[in-house]
Design a protein around this ligand. Structure first.
Ligand SMILES: Nc1ncnc2c1ncn2[C@@H]1O[C@H](COP(=O)(O)OP(=O)(O)OP(=O)(O)O)[C@@H](O)[C@H]1O
Ligand SMILES: [Mg+2]
Length: 223
């Protein structure tokens, strides 16, 4: 029997003052370990959907209709499309990442995580606010690594990343045993990681496809 990660029923989100909801009537079931790609054009509503799934408790949105029910043991880690607000701080890299350690994580472990993110030596004493866009994204992955979440929600995580960093993220996500919700416009990346596709279409229709991205495109007549 498959374990349920989240059950979504009749989900709708309408921004205050907007004439139309971004989407409505969306229901789905996601099983633990599913890797869901959320795709669609700019402005279709991918970020809005992801934030509704995360829920208000995680800085997300409370749906205007419908419900999102997570399994009891779900431990959700999120990475926003824009990570810059998280780095408006005078903390050094070591101090910043140190805020996300758990009991038992020592300095060596923190240095190890920074090293895997390719930060070492004098780098770790820089204030986080001076980091480049790609470096901020790499630090955000470090925060998620320390969180040991069993659900990850990543909104366009490959933006700003160089090819080497995209490859290592791809490998990490392929190995990740938890559930994944991934918004991405990077077809190759989605192809290699996702086991399911949810497409948000303009006009508020959400298409839920149980199969990988390649098969999804074929089903839409796109090769
Ligand atoms: N705070 C807001 N108030 C009103 N409308 C909003 C708000 N935030 C987003 N929208 C609108 O909701 C729609 C969906 O936006 P959303 O950010 O979810 O799109 P997206 O699919 O993530 O796009 P992108 O690929 O550019 O990231 C857009 O038309 C956007 O203008
Ligand atoms: Mg978005």
């Amino acid at each position: 029997m498959h374990r349920l990660a989240v059950e979504v029923e009749g989900l709708e989100y309408r921004y205050e003052g907007a004439q139309q909801p971004v989407f409505s009537g969306f229901s789905t079931i996601v099983e633990a370990g599913d890797k869901v790609a959320i795709v669609g054009a700019n402005g279709a509503g991918k970020t809005t959907l992801l934030r509704c799934l995360a829920g208000a408790a995680l800085g997300g949105l409370a749906p205007t209709r419908g419900t999102v029910r997570w399994s009891e043991n779900a431990d959700i880690g999120t990475m926003a499309q824009d990570v810059h607000p998280d780095f408006d701080s005078d903390d050094t890299l070591t101090e910043w990442i140190g805020r996300y350690t758990k009991a038992g994580d020592d300095d060596q472990m923190v240095r190890g995580v920074l090293g895997r993110l390719l930060f070492s030596g004098d780098d770790v004493r820089k204030p986080v606010r001076v980091l480049s866009g790609g470096e901020k994204h790499r630090m955000s992955f470090g925060r998620l690594m320390l969180g040991r979440h069993n659900v990850l929600m990543l909104d366009e995580p490959t933006n700003h990343l160089d090819m080497e960093s995209i490859e290592s993220l791809q490998l990490a996500l392929e190995k990740f045993a938890g559930s994944l919700f991934l918004v991405s416009h990077d077809r190759q990346f989605v192809d290699s990681v996702a086991t399911r596709v949810i497409e948000v279409r303009a006009g508020g229709v959400i298409v839920d496809y149980r199969g990988d991205y390649e098969r999804y495109l074929a089903s839409q007549g796109i090769e």
